[in-house]
Design a protein around this ligand. Structure first.
Ligand code: SF4
Ligand code: SF4
Length: 204
């Protein structure tokens, strides 16, 4: 976050004091599950600059590929296919149940229509019928087809419909902040990583 980013070096030192292996996660902040406007404004105000996000979490292509393989994440959409979650639903073996008994295939899915109420049904029905049905059922709108679905930066972008929902309450919606992060990411890749700063810069 912007407010404690000045302590970043100290955080790294602390991590290194415990292990030679550490990872910086969540370099960019997505918005809240509850959608509270005030809370979301606070989160947005704490986002780091897109350039800093890439400095902190610069693409390691080999690692990204292995992670995608392991988690089957970022595999939701395929080109020329309006089905938003077909990839994930068909290959992932995960499920997530929130404290209210709402179950679905990914912890980031907050659209109530994509969560199954276990208090009114059962796990087997959700796993065998509800979740598989989402693959064909959930389709991107024109907004998706003309936006993220045909975007040149898609491979450099961290966007997923779940983040569109958290940002705008629409699964098909692009996330402007992620567009800027994607441009920095593309720039990093095309310049062979030369844009990464030796010392992490403080956000403006
Ligand atoms: S974050 Fe998106 S791509 Fe990753 S598992 Fe969840 S729905 Fe699929
Ligand atoms: S969020 Fe922006 S950069 Fe990313 S895929 Fe959508 S339109 Fe493209």
């Amino acid at each position: 976050m912007k407010d404690n980013f000045h302590q970043f070096d100290q955080m790294v030192s602390l991590a290194k004091s415990m292990s030679s292996h550490y990872k910086t996660g969540s370099a960019w902040l997505y918005l809240s599950a509850c959608g509270d406007l005030q809370r979301n404004r606070e989160i947005i105000s704490q986002r780091l600059s897109p350039r800093t996000v890439i400095d902190l979490d610069s693409p390691d292509i080999a690692f990204e590929e292995s992670l995608e393989k392991e988690l089957n994440c970022r595999s939701c959409q395929t080109e020329n296919d309006s089905r938003l979650f077909a990839g994930c639903v068909s290959v992932r073996r995960d499920f997530h149940i929130d404290p209210y008994g709402q179950m679905t295939f990914c912890c980031f899915v907050k659209d109530p229509d994509l969560r199954y109420d276990l208090r009114k049904g059962n796990f087997k029905e959700c796993w065998e019928e509800f979740i598989p049905s989402l693959g064909d059922k959930v389709r991107g709108s024109e907004e998706y087809l003309e936006g993220c679905g045909s975007c040149d930066l898609r491979k450099d972008c961290r966007w997923c419909p779940v983040f569109g929902y958290l940002e705008h309450r629409r699964l098909s919606a692009p996330v402007g902040y992620l567009c800027e992060v994607a441009k920095e990411n593309r720039n990093f890749k095309t310049t062979g990583g030369k844009t990464i700063a030796a010392t992490i810069r403080l956000p403006a």
